[in-house]
Design a protein around this ligand. Structure first.
Ligand code: GAR
Length: 193
């Protein structure tokens, strides 16, 4: 990869897309990287609207389109250098892992290896953290590999979980960490190439 070339990011999101929006805003007019498209596997994901509102191309690719290589073709067509998973709930298929080795970055709303794996996403994670009376939680930003939430960790940040905190309270603290750190960690990753 040409070190001086502006890096092209594709953001993948399945739901609300508040992280996706934060990332798009961060890289608007950024000298070294730009978000060139947003892809969702869900046609009703609010993330699509957020991208369009910010003049970023938004596509829907259903699950089978990830499996049969259609999503990969789209990323290659737009010459995406990195895939950024921001609340994306499908497992990355082998065709993407092979085409983007160490170029797929995910955020998980807990301190992996705790509270990761299949079925552990979004509010399910925060509910489990509260149910287990954890005293801290946080975020993990990591590379994506064949297993759910098991790729090499790039960055973690922690927040306190108080005895009276509800899952919503934990979600708010974790989201605040995500907004504060995810864009700058992406920036560090993509500018080292
Ligand atoms: C975020 O908290 C993200 O960490 C989590 O989904 C949320 C999406 O929120 N991701 C996972 O749980 C992945 N296993 P958003 O759509 O508002 O950005």
């Amino acid at each position: 990869m040409d070190k001086d070339k502006k890096k092209r990011l594709a953001v993948l999101a399945s739901g609300s897309g508040s992280n996706a929006e934060n990332i798009i805003r961060y890289f608007k007019n950024h000298p070294k990287a730009e978000v060139v498209l947003l892809v969702s596997n869900k046609a009703d994901a609010f993330a699509l609207q957020r991208a369009k509102n910010l003049n970023v191309l938004a596509y829907v690719v259903p699950k089978f389109g990830f499996e049969n290589g259609e999503a990969l073709q789209l990323f290659q067509y737009y010459e995406a250098d990195f895939l950024i998973l921001a609340g994306f709930l499908l497992k990355a298929p082998q065709n993407l892992l092979e085409a983007y080795p160490d170029r797929i970055v995910n955020i998980h709303p807990a301190l992996l290896p705790k509270y990761g794996g299949k079925g552990m996403y979004g509010m399910h994670v925060h509910e489990a953290v509260v149910a287990h009376r954890e005293t801290e939680s946080g975020i993990t930003i990591h590379y994506v590999n064949e297993e759910y939430d098991a790729g090499k960790v790039i960055f973690q940040a922690k927040c306190d979980v108080l005895p009276d905190d509800t899952p919503d309270d934990v979600a708010a603290k974790v989201h605040a960490l995500e907004y504060a750190h995810f864009p700058s960690v992406i920036e560090q990753v993509v500018t080292t190439f």
